[in-house]
Design a protein around this ligand. Structure first.
Ligand code: PEP
Length: 252
């Protein structure tokens, strides 16, 4: 059985390095007891270098720039992330897309990360659902655009995080239902299969993200048939995040 992948996205939190260290240390203590989960924490860039990953908890970045280096004020490159200990990078999070990141830019970032062998978590997700199923066309287009010209040899470092925007930042009972996620897992794999004919796309992990906590993590993994979770707010709460890790560890 493959290990679950639980990724914590701290977004623009916490305020101080001291707090970042404390939260990270507490998460490491929780993760030390877990065996069948790969845990990744994505702190803000200034904290990346300050936190010490171990065998159980890896570090990731919340974004990268698409170019290797150059005149890009305020940006951070893949090499900087890797040199700071980052082993994962989130690409195309909806909060970045809301700031103007286009599908084309997401594709360039993904290409940059994958071609250098970085584990890349591509976020996709619709703003809202409609009766006519247009959101499926939207998701198909997001995937097609993000994976444009990405060769199948790069898929071994790809992770897809399906995060319906309407389910992010809500109460846990407003998250997507596991049965609905099961349909999305199947749909995402179907799109991947159509893009990479003859390639084993089952090995690309599909994660769910959006208002996950202790109350819905287990059902989402089991009944949503996902390979893991992308967790926002609750990844800053070591007790709650530790509980999510423990649930993921025991869920088959
Ligand atoms: C996210 O924004 O990636 C996310 C999953 O956030 P939350 O868990 O806080 O809904």
């Amino acid at each position: 059985m493959r290990k679950k992948l639980i990724i914590g996205n701290w977004k623009m939190n916490p305020r101080s390095a001291e707090d970042a260290r404390k939260i990270f240390a507490a998460i490491k203590r929780k993760a030390a007891k877990i065996s069948s989960v790969t845990t990744v924490i994505c702190p803000p860039f200034p904290f990346l270098n300050l936190l010490s990953p171990d065998k159980k908890v890896a570090l990731g970045a919340q974004d990268i720039h698409s170019e290797q280096d150059g005149a890009f004020t305020g940006e951070v490159s893949l090499a900087m992330v890797a040199n700071a200990g980052g082993r994962y990078v989130i690409v195309g999070h909806s909060e970045r897309r809301a700031l103007g990141e286009t599908d084309e830019f997401v594709n360039k970032k993904l290409m940059q990360a994958l071609k250098h062998g970085m584990n890349s978590v591509l976020c996709i997700g619709e703003k809202e659902r409609d009766e006519g199923g247009h959101y499926l066309h939207f998701l198909n287009a997001e995937l097609v655009a993000a994976l444009n010209k990405i060769p199948s040899t790069h898929l071994r470092h790809l992770v897809i995080a399906y995060e319906p925007i309407w389910a992010i930042g809500k109460k846990e009972d407003e998250a997507m239902k596991p049965s609905e996620m099961h349909e999305m897992t199947i749909y995402i794999r179907k799109v991947l299969k159509s893009l990479y004919r003859g390639v084993d796309v089952e090995s690309v992990p599909v994660l769910y993200g959006g208002s996950i906590g202790e109350s819905n993590a287990e059902a989402m993994i089991r009944d949503g048939m996902v390979d893991g979770l992308l967790v926002g707010r609750q990844s800053l709460e070591p007790e709650a995040f530790g509980a999510i890790l423990a649930l993921a560890d025991k869920t088959r």
